[in-house]
Design a protein around this ligand. Structure first.
Ligand code: GRF
Length: 212
């Protein structure tokens, strides 16, 4: 499989999501990992795998736009086909999002469009939801609002705590995110006018992988 599909990964933390990509035989090259926080485990994981890393600290910037401008400059040095958010704890400016239209993806720990935003596991448990999951989606200007490509869905168990639920969700994220990236790298997925097409056919909803 050729490796000329180029990915840049953005993260802010532990990088288990990045690790799942490193451990999968992706038909793509992870060209760089960029963190807005220094000394995070995600950077060590990248270095261990021989992937170039950069730290761009948002604290040194006066505005979101100025930070995003430099971030864009850094990413574009790598001529990325796809920018992958992997626990990148920043809201991105409209300019940034528009620049990467159709080639910027995120994984969000809920069954979008439900439970956008933070603390999803707690909120799902508080609401007594029977099902929870995670969604791979294209990023647009609305927070956690872009078209959803792939979801993992699983039951909330009576014995679950927030921690156990988060752990079970993460295990499935580590399967579906590399899968979605593989589909993109293989050229099977296109975003046109805000609609996802898979193998040339317009999708009417995300592909859902059930782990019941
Ligand atoms: C993941 O659970 C993902 O849903 C969310 O951020 C988390 C990142 O975890 N977007 P890690 O830093 O990769 O371990």
């Amino acid at each position: 499989m050729s490796n000329n599909y180029r990915i840049v990964v953005l993260l802010s933390g532990s990088g288990t999501t990045l690790q799942s990509m490193i451990d999968t035989n992706l038909p793509a090259e992870i060209c760089a990992v960029i963190s807005n926080k220094p000394d995070v485990m995600g950077l060590s994981r990248a270095q261990e795998a021989g992937i170039p890393t950069h730290v761009l600290e948002h604290t040194g910037y006066e505005s979101r736009e100025a930070f995003d401008h430099d971030l864009k400059g850094l990413i574009d040095q790598y001529e990325a086909d796809l920018v992958v958010l992997a626990g990148f704890m920043r809201i991105l400016s409209d300019d940034f999002v528009n620049h990467y239209n159709g080639r910027l993806i995120n994984i969000h720990p809920s069954l979008l469009p439900k439970y956008k935003g933070m603390h999803t596991h707690q909120r799902v448990m508080d609401a007594g939801e029977p099902l929870h999951g995670s969604s791979v989606h294209f990023v647009n200007a609305e927070l956690d609002g872009g078209p959803v490509l792939l979801q993992a869905r699983l039951p909330v168990l009576a014995a679950d705590s927030v921690e156990s639920l988060e752990l079970r969700i993460k295990t499935k994220e580590h399967l579906i995110y590399p899968t979605a990236i593989t589909w993109l790298a293989e050229g099977r997925i296109e975003l046109t006018d805000g609609e996802i097409h898979m193998d040339g056919k317009k999708m009417t909803g995300p592909v859902v992988m059930d782990y019941m």
